[in-house]
Design a protein around this ligand. Structure first.
Ligand code: TXA
Ligand code: MG
Length: 327
């Protein structure tokens, strides 16, 4: 059962507690309703993809109560500070490099070295974010492939029974998603037009290059093919899929009981739980990459993960990691 919480102080506190406990809570922003989870909790982030039925791990926007809180997780530059002063709280999302001590789970950014951050203007969203005091990852609160919800009733129509609660924040004022601006390179690039007008951004930081959403670009393909883009984390070691026996030079990415004779094992989920495995996937690739060379291991062998539920997204990501490298 999904709770529909009226916007009272008590219910905001309850919503914050649910988020802090790793539950999914949808909440209204000025743009559209977001499906929120504690961004520092990879398991909670995995549950977002599961509830949405997303076949891939798209990078998510992290929501904060203040610019100061956001800039604790990403490296702000001049343009970012100027835009934050002018447009936050508001319908503008900035893509910036993750800080070395960024608290956000790698899965929330789909393994990218950049992170999309925003400070929403809706007063109830702001209260919730202040109270929970954690970065909250939130894509639009719809099932994958459906349109973004602008009322609590829309959210329930798609996600009833799949999430812990929706905080009813009334109809969304802006009604379209936030403008997404990439400030992670020297040139500002508009990745998605949205609630903050391009002309207004240009009045503050000068010319902005028109881009296309990451899903439709070389960067987006690189997301699905991690060897292709320098800014994307790619396992340095080659990956072999659906391993049933291990070679002597292979480290093991295990799913369930590990294959025998492994010298180095990262367990995605001992109990074969797909949400747990998704939550640990990027961490596992990083860890094996770092540890394997010291043991003389030169490849990663990944055990089979079923092609159902989050398994589709896990296999998609592993397939890409295993694909021959073009670069
Ligand atoms: O208004 C909004 O932005 C809403 C509310 C809930 O805040 N959220 C939203 O999230 O629309 P979502 O997941 O539906 O869209 C996020 C967009 C996607 O186009 C995604 O590719 C892009 O932001 N994005 C996220 N992280 C990125 C990154 N590191 N680099 C490039 N694009 C990124
Ligand atoms: Mg969306």
């Amino acid at each position: 059962m999904t709770l529909c919480l009226a916007a009272t102080d008590q219910n905001i506190t309850q919503a914050a507690r649910l988020l802090a406990a790793g539950e999914l809570v949808a909440f209204g922003t000025e743009t559209v309703y977001g499906l929120g989870a504690d961004a520092t909790n990879a398991r909670a982030v995995a549950a977002i993809f599961e509830a949405k039925g997303r076949p891939q791990f798209n990078p998510l926007i992290c929501h904060y109560a203040s610019a100061e809180a956001a800039f604790a997780d990403v490296e702000a530059n001049d343009a970012a500070r100027k835009l934050a002063a002018e447009f936050w709280p508001g319908p503008l999302t900035l893509v910036l490099p993750r800080r070395a001590d960024c608290r956000v789970a790698l899965l929330a950014g789909a393994g990218l070295e950049t992170l999309a951050v925003r400070v929403p203007a809706h007063p109830l969203a702001a209260s919730l974010l202040r109270e929970v005091d954690l970065p909250v990852a939130a894509p639009s609160a719809n099932r994958s492939g459906q349109i973004s919800p602008t009322t609590a009733a829309h959210v329930l129509a798609g996600l009833q029974g799949r999430i812990a609660a929706v905080l009813d924040c009334g109809p969304c004022r802006v009604g379209v998603e936030s403008t997404v601006l990439d400030l992670s390179t020297g040139t500002p690039v508009l990745l998605r037009p949205g609630g903050a007008a391009l002309e207004a951004l240009e009045a503050v930081i000068g010319p902005v290059q028109r881009g296309v959403p990451i899903e439709q670009t070389a960067a987006g393909r690189a997301l699905r093919s991690p060897g292709m883009l320098v800014s994307h984390y790619a396992p340095a070691l080659p990956v072999r899929l659906r391993a049933e026996i291990l070679a002597a030079d292979e480290a093991l990415l295990a799913f369930g009981p590990p294959l025998p004779d492994a010298k180095l094992v990262f367990q995605l989920s001992a109990s074969k739980n797909l949400a747990e495995a998704a939550a640990r996937l990027f961490e596992g690739l990083h860890w094996l990459d770092a540890q394997a060379p010291g043991l003389g291991l030169r490849r990663i062998a990944a055990m089979s993960v079923p092609e159902s539920g989050l398994g589709l997204a896990i296999n998609d990501r592993l397939d890409r990691a295993a694909a021959p490298r073009d670069l």
